[in-house]
Design a protein around this ligand. Structure first.
Ligand SMILES: Nc1ncnc2c1ncn2[C@@H]1O[C@H](COP(=O)(O)OP(=O)(O)OP(=O)(O)O)[C@@H](O)[C@H]1O
Length: 289
């Protein structure tokens, strides 16, 4: 990609997204205003989630530090998706029986917020299947994501300011798609689409990114490219990755990163990859299968 901002065929504007919203705690929820004074971005305590009496989460307690890249592994049915659904507000007291505490930072009670509010305060989620706009160019996908609180038609026709152009260029470099900026997203490989979708989340300046099996369906090379990207993001935002691919988890956790193993709706084990892969309970319930 040509890196000069003048090469992007878009105009400038003073477009300012209205993303502030009022939570039911009575406080205005504002991105970048998460209270990280205790070092934790996410705190889950004794969470129980039941669907018509069936307990999918059974007393889950977990905390994620600000800037941490945490991998969560576990067998099918362990409650990983349900946990992500609760954090993002897709599942909550409105559509399930939920007890316990789920806090973003020290003060934001996620169980009291709705899905759009949670997205607005800076929790971004990527589902397993890439969802990019195939007919739009790569940069247009990033631009749409930046203005995601507008309708796509308004977002695409609105003008783009200099900051946005710099953001897009930075993100294109981060996700390794600078050469593909002007091609339709539909022409990207599966791995490139996954990276583009992560770039779309990055354009929204997330505080916490939740990635659900991002390496699924990738070649070994694409998997390691994704691991490089996520390792580079370490420290810039907090990231939770749910994954089954153990090589990918090893590449993300390294020798010191914490891996959490969920089983039957609770934490079965937690520690470095070396620690959890040698834990007899983990071998029995997951790795040995
Ligand atoms: N809406 C729902 N209604 C009833 N049961 C549900 C619902 N959502 C999840 N469950 C059940 O809760 C349990 C946990 O499911 P969940 O999808 O969270 O597990 P998971 O760890 O993500 O599994 P996988 O690795 O297969 O994605 C499963 O037994 C599942 O069938």
């Amino acid at each position: 990609m040509q890196t000069s901002s003048s090469t992007i065929p878009i105009e400038t504007t003073d477009f300012q997204p209205e993303w502030e919203s009022k939570g039911n705690s009575g406080h205005f929820l504002e991105k970048g205003k998460i209270d990280l004074s205790h070092g934790e971005i996410l705190y889950i305590e004794d969470l129980v989630v039941s669907f018509d009496g069936f307990k999918a989460i059974k007393g889950l307690t977990l905390d994620i530090l600000s800037g941490e890249l945490r991998c969560i592994i576990g067998p099918n049915g362990a409650g990983k998706t349900t946990m992500m659904d609760v954090i993002t507000g897709k599942t909550g007291p409105r559509n399930a029986q939920v007890s316990g505490r789920v806090f973003l930072g020290q003060t934001i009670d996620l169980l009291k917020l709705k899905e759009p509010q949670i997205a607005q305060i800076g929790i971004g989620r990527k589902f397993q299947k890439p969802t990019v706009f195939e007919n739009l160019k790569v940069w247009e996908n990033l631009e749409l994501a930046r203005k995601s609180n507008k309708s796509w038609r308004v977002a695409l026709t609105a003008k783009v300011n200099q900051d946005a152009i710099e953001d897009m260029e930075k993100t294109l470099l981060q996700i390794g798609l600078e050469k593909e900026a002007y091609i339709p997203a539909g022409e990207l490989s599966h791995g490139q689409k996954q990276r583009l979708e992560i770039g779309m989340l990055l354009m929204q300046k997330p505080e916490l990114l939740l990635l659900d099996e991002p390496a699924a369906g990738m070649t070994d090379e694409e998997t390691m490219q994704l691991a490089d990207l996520l390792n580079q993001l370490r420290g810039t935002c907090s990231i939770v990755v749910v994954e089954h691919d153990m090589e990918f988890v090893s590449a993300l956790s390294g020798e010191t990163g914490i891996v959490t193993v969920l089983a039957e709706g609770a934490v079965l084990a937690q520690g470095t990859m070396e620690h959890v892969k040698n834990d007899p309970a983990v071998i029995e319930s997951y790795l040995g299968r």
